[in-house]
Design a protein around this ligand. Structure first.
Ligand code: Z5A
Length: 213
């Protein structure tokens, strides 16, 4: 079992999780602006992607057909590079990191959504990153049908967004299960409200976490 590490970072590490179309990109950018507005150093990043190598892996993952094991390994490879070259150095220097998706996405999509064992997928990512876990994970929870309508309104979908059937329901249930298992790290926010209401909740969750440090 890989040892995990959530503490001892100088900067605050916040990740956003949720199905596609739940507003992670929108809200993680609001969170970055909020942290800036209170005078903190902050970077915003995302997975897949986040680094030059990560951007190449992102393109491969979202465009090439591949099996579940290959997909899980590529996400983990991206994560290893992202955490070791960008996220941990920033946190160690006292910079906050606001991140759109992290390992909970792999457990949900490659584990609960596809056919891999969720705990094996989690352990793969923990091994890849030396056990790094965020201090705070905000789960944006939304009915998959509403989320699909938001994404559909945008037009073109990537390979993973095209998944049909009960994939999105398994994904949502899986993410809620992960949140229930780690109540100190996760905060669940109803993503069906307006952008401004959700941003207000995100601000207060982050403020409380900073005050509790
Ligand atoms: N994936 C994986 O399988 N395993 C992994 O380990 C990781 C990822 C890390 C690429 O991710 C795919 O990789 C993703 C999961 C998989 N595929 N799927 N499906 P991505 O991050 O590039 O894609 P995404 O997460 O699907 O992003 P997204 O579709 O852009 O969703 P979002 O970031 O959560 O939402 P958004 O862009 O902020 O908002 C979506 C739309 O809704 C947009 O038009 C907004 O203006 C609108 N919006 C936002 N908030 C609201 C509210 N409150 N009301 C109404 N409308 C709103």
């Amino acid at each position: 079992m890989t040892k995990t590490s959530t503490l001892n970072y100088r900067g605050l590490w916040v990740t956003f999780e949720g199905g596609d179309g739940t507003g992670k990109t929108t809200q993680s950018k609001h969170a970055r602006e909020y942290l800036r507005s209170i005078g903190r150093d902050v970077i915003h990043t995302r997975e897949p992607g986040g680094t030059p190598l990560g951007d190449k892996l992102r393109h491969l993952i979202l465009t090439e057909q591949m099996g579940s094991h290959t997909e899980a390994l590529l996400f983990a490879a991206n994560r290893a590079d992202h955490i070791r070259t960008l996220v941990e150095p920033a946190l160690a220097a006292g910079t906050d990191v606001v991140q759109d998706r992290y390992l909970d996405s792999s457990v949900a999509y490659q584990g609960y959504g596809r056919d891999l064992d969720p705990s094996e997928v989690r352990n793969l990512s923990l091994w890849a990153t030396g056990g790094a876990l965020p201090e705070l994970t905000i789960l944006l929870d939304l009915d998959p049908a509403i989320a699909a309508a938001r994404v559909g309104a945008r037009g073109e979908q990537d390979r993973i967004e095209q998944e049909q059937g009960d994939f999105r329901t398994r994904l949502r249930d899986g993410l809620l299960e992960l949140a229930a298992a780690e109540p100190e790290r996760f905060v669940i926010i109803d993503a069906g409200d307006t952008e401004a209401q959700i941003a207000g909740r995100v601000r207060s969750v982050i403020t409380n976490r900073l005050l509790a440090r």
